[in-house]
Structure formats: C-alpha cells, structure tokens
Write a protein that binds this ligand. Structure first.
Ligand SMILES: Cc1cc2nc3c(=O)[nH]c(=O)nc-3n(C[C@H](O)[C@H](O)[C@H](O)COP(=O)(O)OP(=O)(O)OC[C@H]3O[C@@H](n4cnc5c(N)ncnc54)[C@H](O)[C@@H]3O)c2cc1C
Length: 299
C-alpha cells in the first residue's frame, strides 16, 4: 500500500472525511486551484494530530488550512495532504471575559458568541471570511483591530507533541505570527475581551459589514487584499494611481470597486492571477518606486 493510501485508510478509520484528488477551487474563496492529492477534514484536534503524525512518519507534505480565504492555489494542485479542522460550533466556550474557540470555528460564529456574551473587542473581525485558526496564523485585522490585540493563548500540535504559545511568544506582526512558516497546526485559541453592551456590539458589527459591502467587490470570488499595506501608503490607492483599475490577465481582473482586490470574473486560473500580480508589482514599482509584497499565500 502506498503512503497516501495508508494515510487515507487511517484517517477514515479515525472518523475523518477523506477526499482524493479534491479540486482546491472548491475550498478557496478565489475558486481557483487544482487537485489536492488528499483533502482531509478532521473532526477533532486529536484526529488532526494523528493524521499530522502519520504524514510526518511517511514523510508526506501536509498543510493545515481554514476557509482558504487567503490562498491562491496552483492550477497543478497540491502534493500530499491538505488538512482542514472541522468548524464545529460546539467548539466555542465563554469563561468570564475570555472566549475560547476551536481553530476551525468561523470568525463570524466567534463574533456571534462574543456578542451573545456581551463581550466587546472582536467586532473588527466580523465579515473577515476566515476561521479562527487562519485569522491567528495571519494576524488578521481590519478597521483598527488585529488578532494580536485580543489573542492571549493559542494551542497547537507540532512535530512530536502538543504545545501552546502565550503573550509575546505569539510573535504577532503585520499579517504574521509565530505560526507563519512553523509547520504547526493551531487547534484552539483563547481571546481576552471586555464587558460591553450587546446592542452597541451588534451596531458596530452591522456598520463594519455595511462598509465592507460598500467598498469591497463581494459579488466576485477573491482572496481579499492581495498586497500588504506598504509603510504609510495604501496598496489599493497606489494601484489605482498607476491606472491599473480594471486591468486583466485572462479572467483575473483588478477590481473596479477596490483596486487592492484581484477578482475572478469566471474561470480564472492561478497562472492568470500570478501574471496580473507580477504586472501590478512591476508597474507600481516603475511608477512609484514602491515594491508591493503579497499578503495572500501562494501554494
Ligand atoms: C472578501 C475578503 C475580505 C477579507 N478581508 C480581510 C480583512 O479585512 N482583514 C484580513 O486580515 N484579512 C482579510 N481577508 C483575508 C482572509 O479572510 C484572512 O486572512 C483570514 O484570516 C484567513 O483565514 P482562513 O481560515 O480562510 O485561512 P486560509 O486562507 O485557509 O489559510 C491562511 C494561512 O493560514 C494557515 N492556516 C489556516 N488555518 C490554520 C491552522 N488551524 N493551523 C495552522 N495554520 C493554519 C494556512 O496554512 C495559510 O498559510 C479577506 C478575504 C476575503 C476573501
């Protein structure tokens, strides 16, 4: 039996859902990406740990993902195992002013739980279409808030054993954390919030969602802002200033609504998006001297 088959059989025996040759376009907000050799959804952290351990023993590459809302996946697909933690809503608990979530929980569900518990501090994340694990990995942020302001502890599974990072060991920076490039799988996150007024929390979440709808091209598949914000500038404004709104390669296009977004207008490939990214980077560098760096993760 080949390594992939052994892992698939063990994962199924442990109750995980296993899909072979699963198109990644079905699991990314860009709707782009070729097949993953194995796409496994683990029901629990224990099951994910078992699968990750097996991949290491078999020397097969594996990658944890959340909603795929910050990913651009190759048209040729992904070798090895893509591991997703199930987003069970029962993986949310409140302890005083702390909110504890399994990594696969949707940010929207975490925000809903904070609201229901009259806890404030997480509203900024409402409308970011990721999971709690993906948001911590990326130190996701919006409207003046970032994960780093509220995450006090994250648990993970690693090469040999489980562990956790707390406080400064989380090493949050702009769209990065201690998890970036670590190979660790985040399993649980503890947020420290503050007592607030449920009505005010709800109003803030609604307002921020409305702003997103007004400013972002939410009718098209995308991965959000493609580029990191350059020091003291905005990527979208630089791109627009260089006359690139509406520029396209194949079916990938710089959004007319928000030039920081590349949208998939229908059947775009990873190659289309990469060509467009390169064109934007070259043109912005030529016209403004600013080197734009990708925020989206390219697999
Ligand atoms: C319309 C739109 C709007 C957006 N707005 C914002 C915004 O305002 N602010 C912002 O910061 N981002 C935004 N994003 C980008 C994206 O939603 C965030 O980066 C989000 O946090 C990614 O979460 P995810 O679960 O989808 O992660 P994925 O895209 O699945 O993964 C992102 C990275 O995290 C890693 N990862 C995911 N889960 C785990 C885990 N459990 N353990 C270890 N590693 C893991 C993956 O390997 C990958 O490297 C937006 C995207 C879209 C499409």
């Amino acid at each position: 039996m080949a390594a992939l088959e052994r892992i698939a059989a063990a994962a199924r025996a442990a109750g995980a859902q296993v899909l072979e040759g699963e198109p990644m376009r079905l699991h990314t907000s860009f709707k782009i990406g070729g097949p993953a050799e194995l796409f496994i959804t683990a029901a629990s952290a224990a099951s994910a740990a078992g699968i990750a351990g097996l991949c290491e023993r078999e020397e097969l590459p594996f990658l944890a993902i959340g909603n795929g809302s910050n990913l651009l996946v190759s048209d040729a697909g992904v070798k090895g195992v893509i591991l997703r933690l199930a987003g069970d809503p029962s993986g949310i608990a409140l302890q005083g002013t702390e909110l504890i979530c399994s990594a696969g929980v949707q940010l929207s569900a975490a925000c809903g739980a904070a609201h229901d518990g009259s806890l404030t501090g997480l509203e900024f994340a409402y409308g970011i279409p990721g999971t709690v694990g993906g948001a911590v990995f990326m130190n996701a942020g919006a409207y003046g808030g970032e994960m780093k302001d509220i995450v006090v502890r994250a648990e993970h599974i690693g090469r040999q054993s489980a562990g956790a990072f707390e406080g400064p060991d989380l090493c949050f920076g702009y769209r990065r954390s201690a998890y970036t490039g670590s190979g660790l799988i985040i399993t649980k996150v503890r947020f420290r919030l503050r007592r607030g007024d449920a009505g005010a929390i709800e109003s803030r979440m609604r307002l921020l969602l409305q702003r997103r709808r007004e400013k972002q091209p939410l009718d098209y598949p995308s991965a959000g802002s493609v580029f990191k914000r350059p020091e003291g500038r905005y990527a979208g404004a630089l791109i627009e200033g260089c006359g690139l709104k509406g520029a396209s390669e194949g079916a990938a296009m710089v959004s007319e609504k928000h030039a920081g977004f590349i949208i998939n207008t229908g059947g775009a490939t990873c190659a289309d998006v990469r060509k467009l990214i390169e064109r934007i980077q070259n043109e912005v560098l030529r016209q403004t001297g600013v080197a734009l760096e990708c925020e989206i993760r390219i697999l």
